[in-house]
Design a protein around this ligand. Sequence first.
Ligand SMILES: CC(=O)N[C@H]1[C@@H](OP(=O)(O)OP(=O)(O)OC[C@H]2O[C@@H](n3ccc(=O)[nH]c3=O)[C@H](O)[C@@H]2O)O[C@H](CO)[C@@H](O)[C@@H]1O[C@H](C)C(=O)N[C@@H](C)C(=O)N[C@H](CCC(=O)O)C(=O)O
Ligand SMILES: Nc1ncnc2c1ncn2[C@@H]1O[C@H](COP(=O)(O)OP(=O)(O)OP(=O)(O)O)[C@@H](O)[C@H]1O
Ligand SMILES: N[C@H](CCC[C@H](N)C(=O)O)C(=O)O
Ligand SMILES: [Mg+2]
Length: 485
Amino acid sequence: MQLQEILYGVTIIKLVGSTNRETSALTFDSRQVIPESAFFAVTGTVSDGHKYIEQTIAAGARIVICEVMPEVLNEQVTYIQVENTSVALGIMAANFYGNPSAELKLIGVTGTNGKTTIATLLFKLFRELGYHVGLISTVENQINETVIPATHTTPNPLALNQLLRQMVQAGCVYAFMEVSSHAVVQHRIEGIHFVGGVFSNITHDHLDFHKTFDNYIKAKRAFFDALPKTAFALTNGDDKNGMVMLQNTKASKKSYALKQLADFKARIIENKFSGLNLDIDDTDVFFKLVGSFNAYNLLAVYGTAMLLGEDKLTVLTILSNLTGAEGRFDYVSNAQEIIGIVDYAHTPDAVQNVLSTIQNIRKGTEQVITVIGCGGDRDKTKRPVMAQVACDWSDKVILTSDNPRTEDPQAILNDMEAGVSPTNKRKTLSILDRKEAIRTACHLARKGDIILVAGKGHEKYQEINGVRFHFDDKEILMEQLNSIS
Ligand SMILES: CC(=O)N[C@H]1[C@@H](OP(=O)(O)OP(=O)(O)OC[C@H]2O[C@@H](n3ccc(=O)[nH]c3=O)[C@H](O)[C@@H]2O)O[C@H](CO)[C@@H](O)[C@@H]1O[C@H](C)C(=O)N[C@@H](C)C(=O)N[C@H](CCC(=O)O)C(=O)O
Ligand SMILES: Nc1ncnc2c1ncn2[C@@H]1O[C@H](COP(=O)(O)OP(=O)(O)OP(=O)(O)O)[C@@H](O)[C@H]1O
Ligand SMILES: N[C@H](CCC[C@H](N)C(=O)O)C(=O)O
Ligand SMILES: [Mg+2]
């Protein structure tokens, strides 16, 4: 493709060389440069792409997009200086793939917890309604029945636009995608056209990256700020910051809530292990999803479907038969009627929601045993809080490892232990090996007890020092539960 064509919409500070040249590919990673490609020098959190410019030219790059011009310029190369390379990358990636998002009805879902659940339910619902549909989510990406593995919640602009183009080619009418706060700040969704945005909630997470809660709110709000007038912005009216999210948006403002006045309303009639009985806009429906937090997710999905013009009763009928996303309140039980639950709760709020749901729906005097760890190279301040919440809402807690990544697992465990109060210490054990921790929980459990294994949900690996080892909470839990006689 001609460079001129993909530059549309980019604000250039300085241009050196011709824009009248072919581009074979775009890349922001020097290790992936091919001859005649364009290299985007991005300033990252660990490294700086500007350091690799010369190396990429030696490898054949003929277009360089950068924030700082190199001191020595190569005559064979076109240099484009911009204020922010990531913004240019977003816009040019969209142009390179022919702006696929404009050919789809694309809905973005943002918030601390519930994005995967809402996006996945929307995907399943619209598939059942008979549409060709795409999904971009933490667990996996999907184009109709074709599954494409996901590396990030929101892919980088190149992967994102390529995926959206594939969706258009497959005839998709709708696409539902998660929009993470990292993606907003790193401009991964620059140049993407949304017809709607959905907000789930905002609580403590990712403060390692955003530094303050205020910045984190601003990152989420920026997604709604950028929506066009023709789009809808659907928010959670019960969330403290639900209305703040829509403050600056030009989109049509809509809300859903259980407590406040809202465009879409629901009331919990009953919350049981077998599912949720809700009154949604005066219709009584039983859903297979468990827990009051899922009442919000279901309401967000229902509201979105209504805003997209679908029929209320058809939508509620299909929704009542759907199960949630993999690794979210996934439960199994054994011959001794010990219940094991695997859940992706990896924030204090999510842990509290899952445990309070378990407490609300448990039958009697059974114990709740929680196995929980925290990820390395992520927000350290949530560690003691997650341990504290787990202790406050469980009878026994086994603190363990999650994905240590490049951190010392013992140091992460120490950070968690700092959140355990002296009175809670007696109900807590620390077992570094996650498999051993799950095994111990199963051996401590008696008939009717409930074991929650939190934090890794659908993940099929444990990441230690850059290596991903096969690890599946549900597989281990089932194996251990079945081995108890
Ligand atoms: C903190 C973060 O988001 N990091 C992302 C970011 O990496 P970075 O800024 O650290 O990049 P860097 O290593 O400093 O490198 C800077 C630039 O130099 C380039 N480079 C680097 C080395 C080299 O030899 N050659 C070269 O060209 C890199 O390609 C990059 O363009 O840009 C990379 C390329 O797009 C991402 O892969 C990487 O995601 C990392 C793996 C990650 O773990 N991200 C997580 C935190 C994340 O994004 N999570 C959210 C979900 C969060 C949630 O809501 O729960 C997600 O959307 O998945
Ligand atoms: N609406 C909600 N409110 C609070 N907690 C929720 C809600 N929905 C789900 N959860 C909890 O959060 C966990 C993660 O849910 P989900 O995967 O849907 O969120 P997410 O926003 O996609 O997370 P991530 O940012 O990691 O991709 C669930 O396993 C559950 O414990
Ligand atoms: N999307 C989240 C996933 C956290 C999952 C948890 N298992 C961990 O490794 O911390 C993140 O990147 O922070
Ligand atoms: Mg997700």
